[in-house]
Design a protein around this ligand. Structure first.
Ligand code: HEM
Length: 800
């Protein structure tokens, strides 16, 4: 007997679309990632086709879900599987469900591109898997013609042993199922029937269809009460084995075997073991998708099955069709695995553990060839890469810049808050925004220093008496809000003097909500948004009157103000270029978001860290006093010349980059330059629509990216401005302001504001002590990463 293994090649990527399953549950949040119910993500389809409502048409509602867009469930199974290897892509339809109308209806509702289907594989002769085949053939052929496919060939791959009827022995009577479609019927509808009882590979060896599945376990005994009727025999005979059942499988690169099983009449453990054995037992079992046929099993059989399944250590189980809810429950109990990506990300956000979550996720799932990036597509089809790899971030932000962007998903999610601003758009729309905004940032404006001076002095006036505890972070947030609003609008919001203003609270609430919506994007439609929209209204009520006021100024007045630095603000600059109040409002709110919390968080972390180290405060003070003395306000040149101050700010942004997590979507098929192939030196392919979530925080804290610890170079986990005296980070390993064409436009403004405030504080105070709990402090990752406990300090002014 030949021991040669079938030639199944590895595929880079698998896409699975369930067209029909017994269960339809568009409401339940996706289940843990080891056990995911088929059907749980159907709701997204309805959401993505929801009818947009005009503003005000139905109160604050923005969309209407149409029931007619939701799929139907039906007793059966049909799954479309697309495999991609390099440039080659092939698609198989695994079963076609019980009846033609169900298949047609769901394909239309899912808007599935069925023209790409080349092979329909029937798992076994049972009408709940074969009934939809004739309609599927007709529709696929038509779709191929409509899409101009040159090759319209469609193969139906079946086992040759088709019974005339299958049925069940109900003790005293036999119930017959409807006949399966005949070979002739399939051919008459336009397919070529290909009969196989042996293992074979199809479509460039990217899929394997098995022959008969060996029955090894004692408890997997076939379809109870199963019978068949063949006209040639003229009588019903017992047929519990259903020997014609065949599995479909792929070998997914870096993961292992993905098995598709129609009903597992051979037993899901036998099926899974057979899939492994077909590849010599060396390739791990990654996923088992389809019917596990446990709905009629007793508890012992179910428990035996689940226990043996667990021993096979699959990463993903997708039990559907005939599995039955009891068995799903047993699987869920036995293999809860990690919390499902989405829900655990939501929890990590809520509990402020996003960095730990991100790192743990990568550590758990990354391969040795690609240790700093993983891909995940548990959220309903969209694939996400999570990466902390500098060359990936570089590719996304600059090398392959045109291939990546904020994308439609991000735009739609963020547009209620930031409209069509610089933050939410790509391409021409983004570059127009950038051109509009950039002039305000190209030079060091004296008037900016005046704003910093005014607001820093007001803030320091609110510091507690010497030696008394106060939260300096709260004051930094208020100060930067006042600075930014004054810079943008010409009027500060005076939050230092009036911290309870509605706008201040609304701005914080909307940001937190926006981050939650981003983390939970695939189920964001289910999240109540009343507070979010009310917050946005409060923001608009504050900003829009300023916009209107600026727009009422005649053009000549704007021109005149443009020549005088003092009275010219960001708002006037915008009003000079566009008369569209919405464009102006959107850009103002975007820059307010970009500029305020980032700077406040950086200042807060800086004070928190230097409060650990009196020697750093001393060194800073020496440099500051030798440059500007004890009371003079610094100029731009002063700020630039203070090297130790610069190193202290750099070190803060190294450990606490203000935007810790970020995302880009592929706008076209593209790549990430490394991590692919057995050695990780080949590119990873990224397909249009995929998301790349990157974390500068995780990257900048990767110990392996730093030189060994030495006298000059402290442990990278430690705050040490001194390291910058003899060290320069490698390109793209330190990017607190991002890089490439979308690099932070306010970088110089931010560095000046932070440095200015620190100079003024350290000039006056020579002793700063942290008075919070060191153990309880944590990194709270919202859009911006802040000290979760605030920064409670005691400070003492220097004696003259
Ligand atoms: C320490 C303070 C700051 C840090 C760490 C920081 C960081 C960043 C980062 C990482 C981005 C890229 C975001 C993305 O593309 O997804 C960004 C973009 C941006 N930042 Fe900053 N920022 C800071 C302060 C400021 C300030 C003060 C302003 C303006 C007053 C500002 C204005 C902007 C704008 C307009 C963008 C969008 C650029 C674009 O998409 O073309 N930032 N910033």
């Amino acid at each position: 007997m030949s021991t040669e293994l079938p030639n199944l090649v590895e595929v880079d990527y698998l896409e699975i679309q369930v067209i029909i399953d017994n269960e339809l549950d568009p409401m339940t949040a996706p289940a843990p990632d080891t056990v995911q119910m088929l059907g749980g993500t159907m709701g997204h389809i309805a959401m993505s086709t929801a009818r947009a409502l005009q503003p005000g048409e139905r109160g604050d509602a923005i969309k209407e879900i149409r029931m007619e867009d939701i799929c139907c469930s039906a007793h059966g199974l049909s799954i479309m599987v697309t495999a991609i290897r390099g440039d080659i892509k092939h698609t198989v339809l695994f079963d076609a469900g019980p009846e033609e109308q169900a298949w047609k209806r769901n394909v239309n509702r899912l808007k599935t591109d069925i023209s790409q289907i080349e092979v329909i594989q029937l798992s076994h002769w049972h009408r709940d898997h074969s009934g939809g085949i004739p309609e599927a053939i007709r529709m696929i052929k038509k779709a191929k013609r409509d899409n101009g496919h040159v090759d319209e060939t469609l193969v139906v791959d079946v086992h040759p042993d088709r019974p005339d009827y299958r049925g069940f022995d109900m003790r005293d009577k036999i119930i017959s199922l409807e006949a399966d479609p005949t070979f002739e019927e399939m051919e008459n509808n336009g397919a070529r029937v290909s009969q196989h009882s042996e293992t074979h590979t199809i479509l460039d060896d990217m899929f394997l269809i098995s022959g008969e599945i060996p029955r090894e376990t004692s408890y997997e005994t076939g379809a109870k009460f199963g019978m068949r009727f063949d006209k040639s025999e003229g009588e019903w005979i017992t047929d519990e084995k259903i020997a014609d059942e065949r599995l479909l499988m792929c070998n997914l690169k870096g993961k292992g075997i993905v098995v598709f099983t129609g009903c597992s009449h051979a037993g899901v453990v036998n099926t899974s073991c057979h899939a492994k054995n077909l590849l010599g037992g060396k390739v791990p079992l990654h996923a088992v998708v389809g019917g596990y046929h446990l709905s009629l099993s007793d508890d012992k059989t179910t428990n035996d099955t689940v226990a043996d399944l667990k021993k096979l250590d699959p990463a993903v189980l997708l039990p559907g069709h005939c599995t039955g809810w009891r068995a799903k429950f047993a699987i869920e109990k036995a293999m809860p695995g990690n919390l499902q990506f989405l829900l655990s990300a939501g929890n990590a956000h809520r509990n402020n553990h996003l960095l730990d979550f991100f790192n743990a996720r990568i550590s758990k799932h990354a391969s040795p060839a690609c240790p700093n990036c993983i891909e995940s597509n548990f959220t309903g089809g969209r694939r996400y890469f999570l990466t902390r790899e500098p060359d990936h971030i570089k590719a996304v932000l600059t090398g392959n810049f045109a291939d990546y962007g904020k994308g439609k998903v991000f735009h739609d999610l963020w547009s209620p808050f930031l409209g069509d601003s610089i933050f939410t758009t790509d391409g021409k729309s983004w570059s127009n925004s950038r051109q509009l905004i950039r002039p305000m940032f190209i030079k060091d404006r004296i008037s900016d220093l005046e704003i910093f001076e005014r607001r820093t002095q007001i803030m320091m006036g609110l510091f507690a008496n010497p030696g008394q505890t106060f939260d300096i972070m709260d004051l930094f947030y208020r100060m930067t809000l006042d600075v930014t609003t004054e810079f943008l609008l010409g009027h500060g919001i005076h939050s230092l003097e009036n911290p309870k203003a509605g706008f201040v609270q609304a701005f914080a609430d909307v940001q937190r909500m926006q981050m939650a919506l981003t983390v939970l994007q695939p189920i964001q439609h289910f999240i109540p948004k009343g507070g979010y929209y009310r917050g946005i209204k409060t923001i608009n009520d504050f900003v829009i009157p300023f916009v209107q006021e600026a727009l009422e100024l005649p053009h000549e007045e704007l021109e005149k103000r443009g020549r005088s630095e003092k009275s010219f603000t960001f708002l006037h600059s915008l009003a000079n270029f566009t008369r569209d109040p919405k464009v102006i409002r959107d850009q103002v709110v975007a820059v307010l978001l970009a500029g305020r919390d980032t700077t406040a968080a950086t200042l807060s972390w800086l004070i928190y860290e230097i409060a650990h180290y009196p020697e750093i405060v001393k060194k800073l003070r020496e440099e500051i006093l030798s440059t500007v003395g004890p009371s003079r306000a610094p100029t731009y040149d002063d700020l630039k010349n203070m090297t130790y101050l610069k190193h202290t700010v750099n070190e803060t942004l190294r450990l606490y980059p203000a935007v810790p997590f970020n995302i880009r979507f592929a706008l076209a098929d593209s790549t990430l330059p490394s991590g692919g192939g057995p050695n990780g030196d080949l590119p990873l392919s990224v397909l249009k629509g995929d998301g790349v979530i990157y974390s500068t925080l995780a990257m900048q804290r990767r110990a392996d990216l730093y030189p060994p610890t030495s006298e000059q170079f402290a442990d990278p986990a430690i705050f040490s401005p001194e390291r910058w005296e003899s060290w320069q980070p490698k390109a793209w390993q330190y990017i607190p302001f991002n890089g490439g064409p979308r690099i932070c436009i306010g970088q110089n403004f931010a560095l000046a504001e932070v440095s200015y405030a620190i100079v003024r504080i350290v000039q006056r105070y020579d002793r700063i002590e942290y008075d919070g709990s060191w153990e309880d402090q944590f990194h709270k990752a919202e859009i911006v990463g802040t000290p979760g406990m605030g920064v409670k300090v005691k400070m003492w002014p220097a004696k003259e």
